[in-house]
Design a binder for this molecule. Structure first.
Ligand SMILES: *[C@@H]1O[C@H](CO)[C@@H](O)[C@H](O)[C@H]1NC(C)=O
Ligand SMILES: *[C@@H]1O[C@H](CO)[C@@H](O)[C@H](O)[C@H]1NC(C)=O
Ligand SMILES: *[C@@H]1O[C@H](CO)[C@@H](O)[C@H](O)[C@H]1NC(C)=O
Length: 395
């Protein structure tokens, strides 16, 4: 999910409106659409009710559906705040507009547990939802507090204020779709998820509000397709590329014998998924006909994606042709690249709010080539491995 920052949109003292883009889908091999999202378990209230929240670096609010909520799908778990003796529900109303529909509710306080750590935490108790957002059972926004609708400390702020972490940062290791064993680590970096002999390369953030970095573009061979910024967003499934760059990139695919086309899904008309047809009998094999894609930060730092990293699945159609669904997506909007889960599967990523930087290292999950780094990066890692959370993968 990425946030369009509308800091001026402060309506009344008690109501704040934010526009958030939510986009969570990926094409699955059996031409169905299914939703892929990474969730974390948290317990709420005196009865320790278990909730499963989507991990989202593209937004900053923590919210759960209230027991009184209208509009959520039946299977979505609601938080029964009435059963919690410690819950304080306020009258302050908030509304957040997602791409997939609006949510609204009130600010509440309660004790919550993350792993074994207890906080007195404020969050939004959502009473209304409509559109696709109604299938979400809550979100844990891990973006900057400055763009949260809720003015009180976020989870990351709470961890920091309670001195449970020494620095406001966390790192994310995501396994592929359908696999268990993804982790988020608050206040630390775990090098076991990084490929041997790889270092973490840090890139400064461009914005004080978002995990936004400056890039030069994407390249195939030595051809560069200019894109000036990239947003790192665990709430987006794909690698979402602006139309201006992907249209030209796919021409390079065509020149290599890979014919791609777009498919617009009606749930998200400003995005389209990319699928490609290749020769199934080619001596190189199916996957290796696809090029290596590089995300060029600058002339000395490039993040490499192998075909294995960005192709979701391939099926042989008639013995001579194969159809591959990719994790690439075309976006009609703006000049920025969205580095979603498709990218995060391949790179262990450190989100560092204190030093305003993002670190990337080839994850053990990455299928092939190494990070292309010609310079040294002398940043030392503060190790304070406090909170280790096993993410649940719900698909
Ligand atoms: C949590 O914090 C709120 C606001 O400071 C306070 O009113 C409430 O009593 C606290 N709750 C608990 C259980 O400590
Ligand atoms: C939210 O729910 C309340 C109570 O059911 C209702 O009165 C109100 O119209 C709803 N608001 C929206 C925006 O749907
Ligand atoms: C490229 O980016 C990295 C990471 O931000 C930085 O350390 C390095 O100095 C940059 N190199 C050039 C030539 O700008």
């Amino acid at each position: 999910m990425f946030l369009i920052v509308l800091l001026g949109l402060l309506y009344q003292t008690k109501s704040i409106m934010y526009q958030i883009k939510r986009h969570l889908t990926i094409v699955d091999p059996i031409h169905d659409i299914h939703q892929v999202e990474y969730r974390v378990q948290m317990q709420f209230g005196s009865m320790k009710q278990q909730m499963e929240l989507i991990i989202d670096t593209g937004s900053s609010d923590l919210w759960v559906p209230s027991i009184d909520a209208k509009g959520f799908l039946n299977y979505v778990k609601r938080y029964d705040y009435k059963a919690s003796q410690t819950c304080i529900k306020t009258d302050s109303r908030y509304q957040i507009f997602y791409d997939d529909g609006p949510i609204s509710g009130t600010l509440a306080w309660d004790q919550v547990w993350m792993h074994n750590i207890k906080f007195n935490q404020s969050f939004l108790l959502i009473e209304n939802a409509s559109g696709n957002i109604a299938s979400s059972g809550g979100i844990l926004g891990l973006g900057f507090h400055s763009i949260a609708a809720n003015p009180y400390p976020s989870i990351l702020e709470s961890l920091y204020q309670q001195k449970l972490i020494s620095k406001k940062y966390f790192s994310l290791y995501l396994k592929d779709e359908g696999e268990f064993g993804s982790y988020i680590l608050f206040g630390g970096i775990d090098m076991q998820f990084v490929q041997k002999d790889q270092k973490i390369s840090y890139v400064p953030l461009l914005s004080e509000y978002q995990y936004l970095i400056g890039i030069e573009g994407m390249s195939i061979d030595d051809e560069l397709f200019t894109i000036t910024t990239a947003l790192v967003d665990s709430g987006t499934s794909c690698l979402t590329i602006p139309a201006i760059a992907i249209d030209d990139m796919l021409q390079v695919f065509t020149a290599k014998g890979v014919q791609c086309s777009y498919k617009v899904e009606n749930y998200a008309p400003s995005y389209s998924t990319v699928h490609c047809f290749v020769d199934a009998t080619h001596e190189q094999g199916i996957i290796d006909q696809f090029p290596i894609i590089k995300i060029r930060i600058n002339s000395t730092l490039e993040l490499l994606l192998n075909p294995q990293d960005y192709i979701y699945s391939c099926t042989i159609l008639d013995g001579s042709q194969s159809k591959c669904n990719t994790k690439l997506e075309r976006s009609e909007i703006d000049d920025f690249l969205l580095l979603g889960d498709a990218f995060l599967h391949s790179y262990y990523t450190v989100f560092d709010q204190t030093d305003k930087q993002i670190g990337f290292a080839h994850s053990i999950n990455n299928k092939g080539l190494k990070l292309h780094v010609k310079t040294r990066h002398l940043i030392s890692f503060a190790h304070m491995l406090i909170l280790y959370i096993n993410l649940l993968l719900i698909s």
